[in-house]
Write a protein that binds this ligand. Structure first.
Ligand SMILES: *[C@@H]1O[C@H](CO)[C@@H](O)[C@H](O)[C@H]1NC(C)=O
Length: 181
C-alpha cells in the first residue's frame, strides 16, 4: 500500500525547491550575486529585493550579519527534507514518509515566524523603510504564503500521522487483550 499523499502538498514541495535553492545561492554568492557583481545576471530580480529587504542588501553584507547565510543554510536542510519526502512518498512508497514532510514543514514554519519576530523586535530594521505597497507585495505576501502553506501541511500531515499512531495503538491494545483471554 502506498502512503497517503496530497497533490497540493507534493506540488508545493516540488515548486518551492528550485525557488528556495535560487534564493539560498543568492545569499551564499553575495556580493557576486548582487547588483554590480559578475554573477548578478543569474539573480536579476534581486536588484529590487536587495533594496526591499536589507537582510539581502548591502547593509547585512557590510555589517557582516550572519543571519542571511545562517537562514539560507537551514533552507538547504529543508530542501533536503522536502526532496526526501517526495522521494520517500512517491518513489519508495514508504509508509512513514509523512513524518519527513511534517518535520520539514515545521522547520519552514518556525523559521518564517522567526523572520517576522526578528523584524518586529528590531523595530522594522530590515523592511521598515519601505512604503506600504512595496512592503505588502514583496515581503508580507510571500512571507504570509510561507506561513499559510507550511501551516496547512503541518495540519494535514500531522492529522494523518496522529491517526496512524492512534490506529496502531488500538490494534496493539486489541492484540494484548486477545492474548489475555
Ligand atoms: C520545504 O517545504 C515547505 C513546505 O512545508 C516550503 O514552504 C518550503 O519552501 C520548502 N523549503 C525548501 C527549502 O525547499
Amino acid at each position: 500500500m502506498a502512503p497517503k499523499t496530497y497533490t497540493w502538498i507534493s506540488l508545493w514541495f516540488l515548486l518551492t525547491t528550485p525557488v528556495i535553492l535560487w534564493d539560498a545561492f543568492y545569499c551564499f554568492f553575495r556580493p557576486r550575486s548582487m547588483v554590480g557583481g559578475d554573477l548578478h545576471w543569474i539573480w536579476q530580480p534581486y536588484s529590487i529585493y536587495q533594496e526591499i529587504d536589507y537582510v539581502y542588501g548591502i547593509k547585512a553584507l557590510e555589517d557582516n550579519n550572519g543571519f542571511t547565510n545562517a537562514q539560507s543554510f537551514l533552507n538547504l536542510v529543508e530542501t533536503l527534507m522536502n526532496v526526501s519526502y517526495l522521494y520517500l512518498a512517491h518513489v519508495s512508497g514508504w509508509q512513514a514518509a509523512s513524518l519527513v514532510g511534517y518535520t520539514g514543514a515545521v522547520m519552514t514554519f518556525s523559521k518564517t515566524v522567526l523572520y517576522w519576530l526578528q523584524e518586529y523586535y528590531c523595530g522594522g530594521c530590515s523592511v521598515g523603510h519601505n512604503n506600504l505597497q512595496d512592503l505588502l507585495v514583496y515581503w508580507v505576501l510571500p512571507n504570509s504564503l510561507w506561513l499559510l502553506l507550511p501551516g496547512s501541511i503541518i495540519y494535514t500531515l500531522g492529522r494523518d500521522i496522529a491517526a496512524s499512531i492512534n490506529t496502531a495503538s488500538r490494534v496493539s491494545q486489541k492484540e494484548t487483550n486477545g492474548k489475555k483471554q
